[in-house]
Design a binder for this molecule. Sequence first.
Ligand code: HEC
Length: 405
Amino acid sequence: MLVYLSDWLSLIIRWFHVIAGVAWIGASFYFVWLDNNLREPPAWKKQKGIKGDLWAIHGGGFYEVAKYEVGPEQMPTDLHWFKWEAYSTLMSGLALLFVVYYLGNPGYLIDPSKLDLSAAGAMAIGISTLLGVMVIYEALIRSPLSRNGMAFGVVLYLILVAVAFGLYQVFAGRGAYIHVGAVIGTIMVANVFLGIVPAQRALVNAVARGEKPGEEVVMLAQRAMLRSRHNNYLTLPVLFIMISNHYPMFYANAYGWAVLAAIGAITAYARHFFNLRNQGQFKPSILVVSALATVALIWAMAPSAPARIDSHASEEGTAVSRVADADISQLLATHCQACHAVKPTSPAFQAPPAGIVLDSLEHLKQHRDKVYQAAVATQYMPLGNMTGITPEERDLLGKWLQENP
Ligand code: HEC
């Protein structure tokens, strides 16, 4: 019952998290687009202090958007702030981290072959990593390093790669991945909370007092710009990490942290193309290099065992010794059925994960391609190898699948 209810809870929070994230990132994409598409306004608007102008049509009506050089003469009574989108994304993300990873299925987070952590120990490492990296980032952005955008970017990248590497040594792949994503997400929300919103507040206060923004307000605004730029570069990797949780070929890869480092570098570089183009520089070579690097990554990650079952191989070598059905039934019972049963005995699951039931050889055949991929080629099943399957048993399973098309 508890698992059933916690599945509901995780679904509802995840749903909310995705909606909040869409609202946050959607709004920030929209404003980046807006800034890049503002046109020179007519003279009468310039006189009012408007520096850019844009017309759009959406949802059956015309919209006229204007951006002020500093601010309007009078503070509008209703001023919309974009901040709760970011805060609610973080809060629902943290809630999910608890429901799914800290209090939920330990197999996602703890891999005894890496480090035999207790649930509390894993949680302590996870939370302190989130906080620790945020504190380091906040210290750096207040340091002289923030005056050199490029150097800052490189240092930030190296820190995140080190975090990915470190987490990979202590957590199961999936838990390590989600924590890198959570670290980046926390930095991004802290950017809003600790930098961007205070800078906006200072500007609003100056305009409300009818003053021209002073030096301090300008400095805050400049630093907020840098934070905004970081968020802009971090968006694509963080979204990648969130969806990669459905692709064990990434997180269950022995070098999953390096894969993440490569993806981070490629997406940030590709993002650079669009940012440069918005500044009027057109460098398509950046996209070509990014595409080539992606192809290289796909090649480097390819599983060493054949990714598909080669059914013909068995016909040639017939009558050598076939794998006994009874051995495979036994293997499924020992290594898979705790989870992949109509009613799993593993306390972590209420229903068979991924909808895959492996309670008979017939059912095994139904899922042969997926099982081959999961348990033989990429070896991310059994989850965290909690049931201790041996390489010999994997070979046996692979051979049986070949012999029984
Ligand atoms: C401790 C529980 C557990 C055990 C034991 C386990 N699995 Fe899984 N299995 C899962 C979970 C959880 C998922 C869903 C993974 C995801 O969505 O990231 C899954 C998914 C799968 C999938 C679908 C993968 C996909 O990409 O769609 C296959 C196939 C699979 N398991 C096969 C096996 C086989 C074969 C065994 C035994 C050798 C096994 N599993 C043992 C928990 C388990």
